[in-house]
Every structure is written in C-alpha cells, then in structure tokens.
Write a protein that binds this ligand. Structure first.
Ligand SMILES: [Zn+2]
Length: 508
C-alpha cells in the first residue's frame, strides 16, 4: 500500500520495503519508490527505482526531458497488437494464441466496464492483473465510460483520462498511453491527451512512418470493423512492406465483439507466425515507443507551431523555415518600399509582376537585418524564365536603395597564345575556343572579356608586350573569344608565344 511522505523530513517509521508514491508531479504521473532507495536518493546515493521503466527524468516535471536523449533509437520495423474494450475473449481466446508464441499483447480498457467487478462477459480485475503481471501485457487507457471524445466537453474528456488512470493505478497498473474511443480525436482532444499520456492511438487503418504522429498513431483493423477482410497473403504484403520501409504496424482487435468472427482468431495466429518467421519483433506499445518513438515531439499537427524529430533523424515541422523565411504574397512589396519596410532578421520572398521592377516578371529576395548598429539590407531580383539576376543594396542612410545592377558571373582561365609576327600598322587575331565553359553564344556579345599577358622571363621578371603592341578581347561567335593585337609602329614586330590570363564577365 502506498504511503505518503514529506520529502523534506526523514520518516524512520517505515521499513525499507515500503513503497512511496510521488504524487502531484506536474505531468500528472504517480511513481512509486522503495523506501531504501528513497532515502538513498535523499542521501545522494545511486537511485534504483522500483519500476524499472521509471527514470529520474520521467519523474521530473518535464515530458520533454523524458523524451529527449533518454534512449538510443533507430528506425526499424515493429509490430504491435492492441485489443479494445476488455471483453473476456481477450483472456479466453487471445491469451493462448499470444502466450504460446511468447509475444505480448496490449489491451485498451475503460474502467467503468471492470470496476467494480461486473459481468462475466468482460475481463475480471483478476484476469486483467494476470495478463499484466504474469504475461507482460500492457494496459492502455480507453477513457472511463467509453464515451467518444467529441461528445465530451474538454473538462469531461480530461476527467475521463485522469479517472481511468487513477482507477487502474489503484490495482497497481500504470497506464502510459491512450486509445481514442471510436478513433475520435481533433486538435483539442489531442492536446488534452498530450497533457496526461505519452501517446494515443486512432483507428485510421494505415501504417506508421517516422517521425510518428504520436497523438494519432494509426492502427489496422483486424477482424471486427475490418470491412472486407484481408487474406493472409495481403497481410503478408503489408508486413513485408513495413520491414522494407521500416514502419510500425499496429493491429486493432475487438475480440468478443459480435463483429469478430472465429476465423479472425486463426488469422491473428497466422499473422504472428508470419511475423516471427521473418524474424521481426512483436512488442507492446510502450516498448515500441521506446524504440521508434519521436526524440522530440512538440505541438500538434494543426497548431501554429509543431516540431517532431523522429527516431530516423528526420524532422517534420512547420516552424523551421518559417522562422527565417517570410513568404510575402504576390506584389506585397513594391519598388517604392524602403529597406526598413522589410521584416527584420528574415529573408522575404515574393513574386513580382510590375514594369517598375528590373524586369516585369520575377522573384524578389530581400535579406534584412535592421536596427541596432545599422541596417544591412540587400535585394536580389530573378527574372522569370531566364537566368538573369539583378541586385541592389540599401544606401548608407538605410532609408533608400542603391540602383539595380545586373549580376555578371566570372569565368577565368589561361591559355598559351601564339601571334608570331604582326605587320606594321596591322592587326592580328587569335580565336580561342571556350567550349568547356558555359556557352558563349552570339546573343551574349554583351559579355565582357578581359585578356592580360602575364609572361615572365627566366629571372622571373614580368615581361610586357613590346612597345607599340596594344591588345583587346571580345566575345566572338559560338563559344569563342577573340584576342586582337595591333602593331601601331612602322616596323613589323615578332611576339614570343606567351601565356594569357583571360576573364569573362558573363551575364548570368
Ligand atoms: Zn472501444
């Protein structure tokens, strides 16, 4: 029997085997602890809790702390069976199937069906204890009166969850997770469930991928409510896929309901046999969560912000990109908006349709860090259906823009060129193919080409072109540039072969 104790005073009137219950934890959980360990904990000794699943983190006041970093996880396929509603057939029919194969089942129970012990159609409290204590079956919350959540007020729903937990706690069974009655849940229901339970299960007939949707985990109907029943080979396909894709498959059973048929029991046995034949694991819900549950699970899927980090290292969130990226509606900002009009500390992206922009259709990116020691604002404008890009920054006063500049990319390379002898008052050209570089087409004659000879002699002195030789370079033809030298003297000049350094400032 649990005793209460004031943790600030040492009560020596108890034996070491007495258990104490920590209550009023902010996460609503009660955890028991042996007296000897409690006093050890107070004295700073190693803590060894009675419930081997309870850790110091779990007993703390943060569900996040319980989850983050507390266990090694990896993506793997796991299989779980949950039987709903606590009919006696769970004991009479399921137990032999599961115990013979040495695998556990999870059962979702609502207290009003079993407390006080009532009809023989349902599991007795002794049977529930036996399944839990002797066979390692997990008990899940299924409300207290089996009323679907959407028929309850938020307060009534919260009370149902708490009352059922308290009721089973009285017989020594901790409920960790909830099974929605009739699968009913919405954002409010899930958020209330999150206050009290570790996870919750729906009835939506699907596999579970990672990161999990922890408060609406999917289950496949097996037997009752299955509609058109699947063949064993169809189930085997689902299992094979789950193993290949690393998914969590949960089978939802309703043994004893008038929709569950005797042949369904055989199917359950056959499915377990198949899962075992392919060497996959059948585990309870709590173990599955330990193995493939989310590492971080913040917020509901319909909340303004949510963030889930799965056992596979993948993130599902609506809150990472939005934090730094602001998606403005089309034409929200116009060219007359000054730099400080843009959201501080964000990249703003919008589509533009106006002849006031560098081109009349395009995408505008604005990087803005404003305030404090000064404004740092920059814009890039990408013309639609082209590779042209324009840029401008803010003026030093921060309240206006510089002019737009078209961005040019730069190519650099060197080549040894041979001009030989250039006649007096003549020019001579050398064409150079740059086919290995992005195409220099005729239409890109606006590309700027710079060519500089950089020859050095044996003493490493820089050697200039001969006096009287001048040079220029320009884009010429398809993927070619031309370097032209001119001899402006009255005598021919012979030029040694030499290396030229060439830059192309290319329209992007
Ligand atoms: Zn039910």
């Amino acid at each position: 029997m649990a005793k209460s104790i004031n943790l600030l005073t040492e009560d020596t009137s108890v034996s070491n085997e007495d258990k104490f219950v920590f209550s009023d934890l902010s996460d609503g959980r009660d955890k028991s602890i042996k007296a000897e360990n409690l006093f050890g904990a107070l004295g700073g000794a190693t803590v060894d809790y009675v419930d081997d699943k309870a850790s110091l983190l779990r007993m703390g006041n943060s569900r996040a702390a319980e989850i983050v970093g507390s266990r090694a996880r990896k993506a793997e396929p796991v299989f779980t069976f949950i039987d709903d509603d606590g009919r006696v057939e769970a004991y009479d029919n399921l137990l032999p199937i599961f115990s013979q194969r040495n695998v556990p089942c999870s059962i979702a129970l609502f207290g009003s069906r079993h407390f006080p012990d009532n009809t023989s159609a349902n599991l007795s409290i002794a049977q529930i204890k036996e399944l839990h204590d002797d066979y390692g079956w997990e008990v899940l919350c299924h409300g207290y009166t089996h009323t679907p959540a959407l028929s309850l007020t938020p307060e009534e729903f919260r009370d149902e969850l708490q009352l059922n937990r308290d009721t089973f706690k009285e017989i020594g069974i901790d409920l960790e997770s909830h099974v929605y009655v009739g699968g009913q849940n919405d954002q409010s229901v899930r958020n209330i469930t999150r206050e009290i339970y570790r996870a919750a299960y729906g009835a939506s007939g699907d596999e579970n991928e990672y990161p999990l949707q922890t408060y609406r985990i999917n289950r496949f109907e097996l037997g009752a409510f299955e509609g058109t029943r699947k063949t064993l080979s169809e189930w085997e396909d689902i299992i094979d896929t789950a193993i290949e894709e690393k998914q969590w498959i949960i089978f939802m059973l309703h043994v004893g309901s008038n929709l569950h048929q005797p042949a369904d029991d055989q199917m359950i046995a056959d499915i377990i046999d198949y899962i075992q034949s392919v060497d996959a694991d059948i585990v309870r819900c709590d173990e599955a969560l330990d193995r493939v549950g989310n590492v971080i699970d913040y917020g509901d899927y319909e909340d303004d912000e949510y963030f889930q980090l799965g056992c596979n290292g993948q993130v599902r969130s609506n809150n990472i990109i939005e934090e730094s990226l602001f998606r403005a509606g089309n034409n929200t900002f116009t060219p007359s908006n000054i730099p400080t009009d843009f959201p501080e500390g964000k990249i703003t992206i919008q589509r533009c349709v106006s002849s006031d922009w560098p081109e009349s259709n395009g995408m505008l990116l604005t990087y803005a860090v404003t305030g404090g020691i000064g404004d740092y604002v920059w814009q890039e404008y990408y013309a639609r259906n082209s590779s042209r890009k324009y840029m401008r920054g803010s003026t030093s006063s921060g309240d206006d823009w510089q002019g737009w500049k078209e961005h040019f990319g730069r190519l650099e390379f060197s080549a040894e060129l041979s001009f030989g002898t250039v006649a007096a008052h003549s020019t001579k050209d050398v064409n150079l193919s740059v086919g290995s570089y992005p195409a220099l087409a005729d239409s890109e004659a606006r590309d700027v080409v710079i060519a500089s000879p950089f020859w050095r002699d044996a003493e490493n002195n820089q050697v200039l072109l001969a006096s009287g030789i001048i040079h220029s370079a320009f884009a010429y033809g398809n993927q070619q540039i031309r370097i032209r030298v001119a001899n402006v003297t009255d005598e021919p000049i012979t030029m040694p072969d030499r290396e030229w350094f060439i830059q192309i400032l290319k329209r992007t």
